[in-house]
Design a protein around this ligand. Sequence first.
Ligand code: SF4
Length: 220
Amino acid sequence: MTTQSSDPILQLKVVETEALICTKCDLAEGRTQVVFGAGNPQADVLFVGEAPGQREDEQGVPFVGPSGRLLEELLAEIDLTRDAVYITNVVKCRPPGNRDPRPHEIDACKAYLRTQLELIDPAVVVTLGNFSTKLVLRTEVGITKLRGMAYEWWGRYLVPTFHPAAALRGRGQVLEDMRYDFSLVRDVLDGNLATDTGIEEETPPPQPADDPQQLGLFGQ
Ligand code: SF4
């Protein structure tokens, strides 16, 4: 991966250009186009979903369609817009039939997400859904138990929440839970986290491995 410039915005553009022609895993065969990510390359908030779906694959943009519209609604409620944040996925190409990405595909693709994290350097990472949360936090604990808190995570905060598609299926309580999780993002950005996170001393957040390099996401 080529990132020789000292300008992180330019570096991100270079990496995106490389990714758009990537054939490092077999997802390249079925995709229409690579969905690298979209938004502000200097965003304070980075959203990470699972993988592009059909619409995303067709348009080359993450989170379009009903899930994207709900994400935009939730962002508006905390005074953010899609253009103010950065949105990406764990893998950048659509798995056939929208199946879950496989371990070797995640391994092949994770350097892109790692580079996006390093170059965008957000204050908050929001994982959308079980899949990206488990990968990023390296835990088998489900999203229902993990959400509702902001975790300190390698010098920034991580807020796990449901995937918008889950709220669209279940609306009601799932949507309310997402609203709460998004309010945590706002609290982090406003420096109000200490008074309002709900972090409980007796519930230590799941911590990644001792060394970032041992994290699946950060491993070579
Ligand atoms: S999923 Fe990632 S590693 Fe696989 S071809 Fe697409 S960009 Fe490359």
